[in-house]
Design a protein around this ligand. Structure first.
Ligand SMILES: [Mg+2]
Length: 365
């Protein structure tokens, strides 16, 4: 089998909050690069990448330049393609940034093709540990909301059937520790003691702040505290992790597989969060999951639940899928949630089909 043609496009997807319908900043869009890879067997694999921001045109060009190099190649030899693209560019301009983001779109599309060739959904092809996975609502309980809005949003998520959800501290402005603590208690009080509640700091605290506030909220019973300080301050993270009873999660901001070695060896995190497009695609995601397993650590996903559910379901140490609905509107249908769990699809590959009308309405280049 050979790759015969490739196609990319830039989409701008309006930001909204379909889970709890909280206000977003009007007129904001998320730029995404989508990729289609076609083979001489008539099979099409889809991939995408993002985080390019104002450099999304550059990211699209990087995908175009890289994927052009593999037209004529066997799409099932994915490691060979990684090595070819590394030699062509990434060994000198990687591993972080545009190269890895572009590589990930290609890797995802190749795994979609492999699943379709073998007529297996990815989660079964990659390990098939379980056919349902826990998931948590994300993106609704943001730090910019008022306490009342946060409580209302949290109750809406419970009404919708979510049994896990994530909020944020590191509130806007210069909040006191007491204000930070107040916010997370507002959310906990709104949902009761039985809902799993995670909290994301998005790297905004100093290590000493994280230890101070983290201790003050220990009785809230958080399922994890996420990205409590700078993502690559492995020693600072380890100090926080050792000081707090609450599990520490992290990993979404680092690139490729090597930083995870440093993070895990330093005991920086209890829960390893892997981002499909920053890690380098499905191939690299699985390597990090295996590394975490060897250290007796669970793994969780970051955004794009419609793809990540396959990976969390495939591996023995998958814990839960972040249900961040940024890109669900690109597809004809996405996996349903039943009793707080995502139901894995039986269609081959990713099991996703673009909604062509939606794509057309979002395409800008
Ligand atoms: Mg996060």
């Amino acid at each position: 089998m050979k790759i015969t043609s490739v196609h990319t496009a830039i989409l701008r997807i309006p930001e909204d909050d379909p889970l709890a319908d909280m206000p977003e900043e009007a007129g904001r869009f998320r730029p995404v690069v989508i990729l289609r890879v076609r083979t001489d067997a008539g099979i099409e694999g889809i991939g995408l990448t993002f985080y390019g921001g104002a450099m999304t045109g550059t990211l699209r060009a990087a995908v175009d330049e890289l994927v052009a190099l593999i037209v004529g190649d066997d799409p099932l030899r994915i490691e060979a393609i990684h090595r070819k693209l590394g030699a062509a560019a990434g060994d000198n301009c990687g591993p972080a940034g545009i190269f890895t983001l572009a590589l990930s779109a290609i890797d995802i599309a190749l795994w979609d093709i492999k699943g379709k060739v073998l007529d297996q959904p990815l989660w079964r092809l990659l390990g098939g540990m379980r056919d349902r996975v826990p998931t948590y609502a994300s993106g609704s309980l943001r730090r910019g909301l008022t306490d009342d809005q946060a409580a209302t949003a949290a109750r809406r998520l419970v009404e919708k059937g979510f049994v896990e959800m994530k909020t944020q501290m590191a509130l806007p402005g210069d909040p006191s520790p007491a204000e930070e603590v107040r916010r997370v208690r507002v959310v906990r009080d709104a949902i009761g003691p039985d809902i799993k509640l995670m909290c994301d700091l998005n790297q905004r605290w100093r290590p000493e702040q994280a230890i101070d506030i983290g201790k003050r909220v220990e009785d809230v019973g958080l399922f994890w505290l996420e990205d409590v300080t700078a993502c690559d301050d492995y020693q600072g993270l380890a100090r926080i992790n050792a000081a707090l009873a609450t599990p520490i999660a992290g990993g979404e901001y680092v690139w490729g597989i090597v930083p995870f070695r440093h993070m895990i060896e330093a005991r920086s995190v209890d829960i390893v969060m892997i981002d499909l497009v920053r890690v380098g695609g499905v191939t690299q995601w699985l390597k990090v999951a295996g590394m975490a397993e060897a250290f007796n650590l669970p793994v969780v996903s970051h955004v794009i639940p419609e793809m990540h559910l396959h990976l969390i379901a495939a591996v023995p140490n998958g814990l839960t899928v972040e249900y961040m609905p940024w890109m669900l509107k690109l597809y004809q249908e996405t996996p349903p949630i039943e009793r707080g769990q995502l139901v894995l699809p039986n269609k081959p590959g990713l099991g996703l089909t673009f909604d062509e009308a939606a794509l057309k309405s979002f395409t800008v280049a």
